[in-house]
Design a binder for this molecule. Structure first.
Ligand SMILES: Cc1cc2nc3c(=O)[nH]c(=O)nc-3n(C[C@H](O)[C@H](O)[C@H](O)COP(=O)(O)OP(=O)(O)OC[C@H]3O[C@@H](n4cnc5c(N)ncnc54)[C@H](O)[C@@H]3O)c2cc1C
Ligand SMILES: NC(=O)c1ccc[n+]([C@@H]2O[C@H](COP(=O)([O-])OP(=O)(O)OC[C@H]3O[C@@H](n4cnc5c(N)ncnc54)[C@H](O)[C@@H]3O)[C@@H](O)[C@H]2O)c1
Length: 501
């Protein structure tokens, strides 16, 4: 790396996503006289808008793409540099950008996010979705498509299979139930009818203290078709070009060429064995196709359940990998198993004066019993904000303790047009056999699951307008012994808020 530094900043932040921008805002607000620089590869920055603290730990906000001048106008000591960082020298405390400039720092925070962990790199018919550009590419390809295959069972797959219309979707999941990163088989069963229609089937609330679900057999498949006119009002909006935000798919039309609303065929418990071109398929006579149009698709995908499907393209919704590459060479960063930069409870990496926040880092402090890391906007914002506070406190030699937001995992989102609230160990993560589940389910309306350990509430999944989030959050935080209440806890005829007043 050339050693002549163009300028040295007291605080240098890499990445204009939620984590980086929130870190800049926090630092600039806490030490207004400090010179702060934000280096980002993109032309725009991400901004949190309409922030709402819903309860002690639950928060909701929108994410917008904004010109970086907005941020510079707000903070006169901030400089935004639009260029990708290509290398980092932690010994000389400097970074070099793609256009050959070198900037020094006293303290650095890496917020470079993640990128899709694709099934296969650089395949012309395998797409990932991350940012506005990739979402637009997906939309463009979809508009000419009759059939796509979606691989993966997390947030993006759940959103896509519900939103895509006018195109057959083959959805290949590794697991026995849909949505494994967010909920269990019981909740998955609650959602399944939404793939056929989104008109709620309202029935009388029923309470169950244990749940049993019929799991699909390995290799099982199921097709769900929605009526053309069963889409929710307003969902066919043609509003264009809004930035990827929590409702990124609301602003773009996700429509294929066919005259059908939603047609999703689920392939359970399978992975991708091979992706073929038509030529390769012709030379593999043993391949058994699952449709009559042999040879007429641009790409074919063979699953481990033995089925091969032709399609227009494949969406790889198979998670993210942290963007660490430019920073590793010549430095000595400790990496976590998931490839993230390990950070301690002060958001510091293993390199001196280097912090990290958001999707690029892995939280390696001793977690609270009720918190886990997931790569989400909420956590990117919380980490960026807390990293900014840590950097400022270290400069001012003030002690700082891990923030309260890392006490309890909480996430509000929307799947299949239902509000979803996840609290604590919502899937009994790491609890082993010492857990009891209480479930209340009203088909088409709500699904409430509570996880108890030693009589105390340690997690909850709330689907629908349950209005229970604040009360349950309090019960999880105060760790009250709920044994005396037993199944009454989910009795729909009891106003639980009054009960615990
Ligand atoms: C389609 C989709 C839907 C999602 N929906 C939700 C949701 O509903 N709710 C939720 O909580 N989360 C959601 N997420 C997850 C959420 O987007 C991420 O967890 C969050 O954006 C991470 O923020 P970040 O700031 O760490 O990284 P990013 O937003 O990825 O930002 C990284 C920044 O770093 C810059 N950068 C990268 N490399 C360099 C470099 N070498 N030099 C300089 N700059 C660099 C990039 O240009 C970018 O500005 C979704 C993700 C996707 C892809
Ligand atoms: N509403 C929300 O909160 C929301 C919505 C969309 C995305 N996100 C976030 O955005 C990020 C990206 O979303 P995502 O859906 O790609 O990731 P994800 O981590 O949510 O899900 C990845 C899925 O891919 C599966 N998978 C991994 N490797 C596979 C393979 N080789 N073959 C088949 N399946 C495989 C996993 O089992 C998992 O189901 C995540 O951090 C996610 O939490 C959140």
């Amino acid at each position: 790396m050339a050693e002549t530094k163009e300028r040295t900043f007291r605080f240098l932040i890499l990445g204009g996503g939620i984590a980086g921008v929130t870190c800049v805002e926090q630092l600039s607000a806490q030490i207004p006289s400090a010179d702060v620089a934000l280096i980002t590869a993109g032309s725009h920055i991400k901004a949190v808008t309409n922030y709402k603290q819903v309860s002690k730990t639950l928060e909701e906000f929108d994410v917008e793409e904004r010109p970086s001048s907005d941020l510079e106008e707000k903070f006169p000591n901030l400089v935004v540099i639009h260029s990708a960082v290509k290398s980092l020298n932690t010994k000389s405390h400097s970074v070099e950008t793609a256009d050959g400039r070198v900037f020094g720092y006293e303290r650095l925070c890496i917020c470079s996010g993640g990128r899709p962990k694709l099934l296969t790199q650089d395949h012309p018919y395998v797409l990932g979705i991350r940012d506005t550009d990739s979402a637009q590419e997906f939309q463009k390809r979809l508009s000419k498509a009759k059939r796509i295959v979606v691989v993966g069972n997390g947030g993006i797959a759940l959103e896509l299979v519900f939103e895509v219309e006018g195109c057959e979707v083959i959805w290949a999941v590794k697991d026995k139930a849909i949505g494994n990163t967010f909920f269990d088989a019981g909740a998955a069963q609650f959602f399944i009818p939404s793939l056929e229609t989104d008109k709620p089937d309202r029935s009388v609330p029923c309470k169950r203290t244990r749940y049993t679900t019929e799991e699909p057999a390995p290799g099982a498949a199921h097709t769900f078709t929605a009526e053309r006119n069963s889409r929710r009002p307003g969902s066919s909006s043609t509003k264009q070009g809004s930035a990827l935000g929590p409702d990124w798919h609301e602003g773009i039309v996700l429509k294929g060429t066919e005259q059908l609303s939603r047609r999703v065929s689920l392939e359970y418990q399978c992975e991708v064995e091979r992706i073929f071109t038509p030529e390769e398929l012709l030379h593999s006579p043993q391949q058994e196709l699952n449709d009559e149009q042999e040879g007429s698709w641009p790409v074919y995908i063979k699953l481990t359940n033995g089925k091969t499907f032709g399609c227009d393209f494949v969406v790889s919704a198979t998670g993210v990998v942290p963007n660490t590459e430019p920073f590793l060479h010549g430095n000595n960063f400790a990496l976590a198993d998931d490839g993230g930069l390990r950070v301690d409870d002060q958001m510091m990496t293993s390199e001196p004066d280097v912090y990290a926040a958001g999707d690029v880092c892995t939280a390696c402090w001793e977690h609270s019993l009720l918190w886990q890391q997931m790569r989400l906007w909420t956590q990117a914002r919380q980490m960026g904000w807390y990293a900014g506070r840590c950097m400022a406190s270290h400069v001012l030699s003030e002690p700082i303790e891990l923030d309260f937001c890392f006490e309890l995992f909480s996430h509000i989102t929307k799947f299949f047009n239902y509000k979803v609230v996840l609290l604590g160990k919502f899937n009994g993560q790491g609890l082993g056999p010492d857990q009891e589940l209480l479930v209340r389910c009203t088909k088409g309306l709500e699904y409430v699951k509570v996880i108890l350990s030693g009589g105390r509430m340690v997690g909850a999944v709330l689907i629908g307008e349950t209005d229970l989030e604040e009360t349950f959050e309090n019960l999880i935080l105060n760790q009250m012994d709920l044994t005396p209440y037993g199944e009454e806890l989910l009795n729909p005829n009891i106003d639980i808020e009054d009960y615990f007043d």
